[in-house]
Design a protein. Sequence first.
Length: 288
Amino acid sequence: MAELIVDTHLHFWDVDRFTYFWLTPEAGILYRNYLPSHVKPEMNRAGVHWGVFVQASHLLEETYWALELADQHPWIAGVVGWVDLADPWVGDTLDALMRFSRFKGVRHLIHEELDDRWLLRSAVQEGLKALAERGLTYDIVALPRHLPYLPEVIARHPTLNFVLDHMAKPPIASRDLDTWQQYLAAVAAFPNVYCKVSGLITEAKPNARITDELKPVIQVGIELFGFNRLMFGSDWPVCLLASSYTEVVSTTREALGDIGEEDQARFWGENAIQCYGLTNARKEASME
């Protein structure tokens, strides 16, 4: 096991406090509050030391709430929040958020937009430019249909670290991976793109052996991104639709196969620290 493990994809939500347009009672077990105190015991059991919050709502208030949670729970090493990237004054909003040391980047639920080319809108492009100017990151929550448009977006912002969430949700259940792999390769060609091995378990066939389902997908990720740009993420609590937290960690480790200590360290922690600038995690780990 790696010395330092960072979970780069945790969600917290409070259905009493915020509205999540995608989260309704029909979501079953997901339609309840999920807070840091609910996941930390599971992280401890799995040997995971740090977490990164990732937005779940298009609300600036949620971003500030997550930053408050990070102040209360120092193991939340970073916050990837939401801002309106198309807002002409987005720079001012980012500057205000950057007063919080754990604010690291932004995400927008582009897969909920009717326009698959949303990221290419001129106003959004200006927002991405503002992120790059401030050394922040941008998480892309893409589906396979978005992959053809991403190289154009990324090419315009060579100094911005992009993070591809959930490996762009490969069609694991159907195992029709050829087209996904082809477009993913074009995205991986850009050195400023990191990729999260996250959100995969919920794409597998029910009752399938999860390790067998994940292995070919993760091997594609290793081939295209190498161990310098792959990161672990649990996608908790969404992962609970298919598996427990500890099973996500153990299954990912098994699917990775026999890899060297340096590659383990990069995948489980070092890449996250480098990408998101989680200097607090590295500093505090060195003091233990």
